[in-house]
Design a binder for this molecule. Structure first.
Ligand SMILES: Nc1ncnc2c1ncn2[C@@H]1O[C@H](COP(=O)(O)OP(=O)(O)OP(=O)(O)O)[C@@H](O)[C@H]1O
Ligand SMILES: [Mg+2]
Length: 255
């Protein structure tokens, strides 16, 4: 979100007594996948301060009023980094069908374009089953914050990558989110990440034609879609549904 937890109104019941700090962290949802990381980061920073010996952090969910304060207006605005991004082509890799090789095609497409000398970004829009960091990063780095936006992690060959798995404290942690949160994460990956100047941004979609695909097609200025399928007629049937969705939303099929 580009702001710290105090500015976001997430810190409550703060007490400091004899070197012991305690507070309650108000989260948008108790299932927040970043909960562990936020608590760990806060604890580390507090323990680094002189005179602090103990840190006790409890958590609760934000009230609707608190949520409205944090997200009320900013939810409608374009992301903080969007003004600094200049992306020439945005290409989504889709299928509708699961396990047919979308992520492999996304990663290979990014690598091939990079080898041709283009500047390339890869947005992992699969929030519940992210595959891109495992495919392209031998050591998963952490996206860093900056005043202008979230800095993506770069692969050894210079592909800029953002994925929910780079933000989780534990890559095995499940992200148990309903549609609106999934869409929110993808919007942030587009608008709050400082992609900078890119020739190509590749977007790896999850299977299906619901929230993530819809958000990518409606929010991102797509130049086209690469549709992945396998020869089986069962795959073909589902993939034709995805093609029909692309057609209905006026997204161009590149191949
Ligand atoms: N051309 C290919 N030939 C054989 N196996 C492949 C090929 N492409 C991908 N695979 C394998 O198929 C599996 C699924 O690939 P991948 O993760 O790219 O699919 P996906 O469509 O992104 O899956 P999901 O729907 O879970 O996101 C992987 O084990 C991958 O190594
Ligand atoms: Mg995939």
């Amino acid at each position: 979100l580009g702001r710290n937890i105090v500015e976001l109104g997430m810190v409550h019941d703060l007490q400091v007594q004899n070197g012991k700090v305690s507070f309650t962290l108000a989260l948008t949802t108790m299932a927040c996948p970043l909960r562990g990381r936020m608590q760990d980061d806060a604890r580390k920073r507090l323990l680094a301060l002189e005179g602090i010996r103990e840190v006790d952090i409890s958590a609760r969910a934000m009230t609707d009023e608190e949520k409205a304060k944090v997200f009320g207006k900013s939810g409608q605005e374009q992301g903080s980094a969007a003004a600094h991004n200049h992306i020439k082509h945005v290409v989504a890799v889709m299928s509708g069908k699961g396990g047919v090789g979308k992520s492999s095609v996304s990663a290979l497409l990014a690598v091939a374009l990079r080898r041709k000398g283009y500047t390339v970004g890869l947005l992992d829009a699969d929030i519940t089953g992210p595959s891109i960091p495992k495919m392209l990063l031998s050591e998963p780095g952490r996206p860093m914050g900056s005043p202008l936006g979230i800095l993506p992690v770069e692969s050894p060959s210079g592909i800029k990558i953002i994925s929910i798995n780079l933000l989780l404290a534990d890559p095995n942690q499940a992200v148990i989110w309903r549609g609106p949160l999934i869409s929110g994460a993808i919007r942030q990956f587009w608008g709050d990440v400082l992609w900078g100047d890119l020739d190509y941004l590749i977007v790896d979609l999850p299977p299906g034609t619901s929230d993530a695909s819809l958000t990518v097609m409606q929010v991102l200025p797509l130049n086209g879609i690469v549709m992945v399928t396998t020869p089986q007629s069962l795959a073909g049937m589902v993939v034709r549904k995805a093609s029909s969705m692309a057609e209905q939303l006026a997204s161009r099929l590149l191949g």
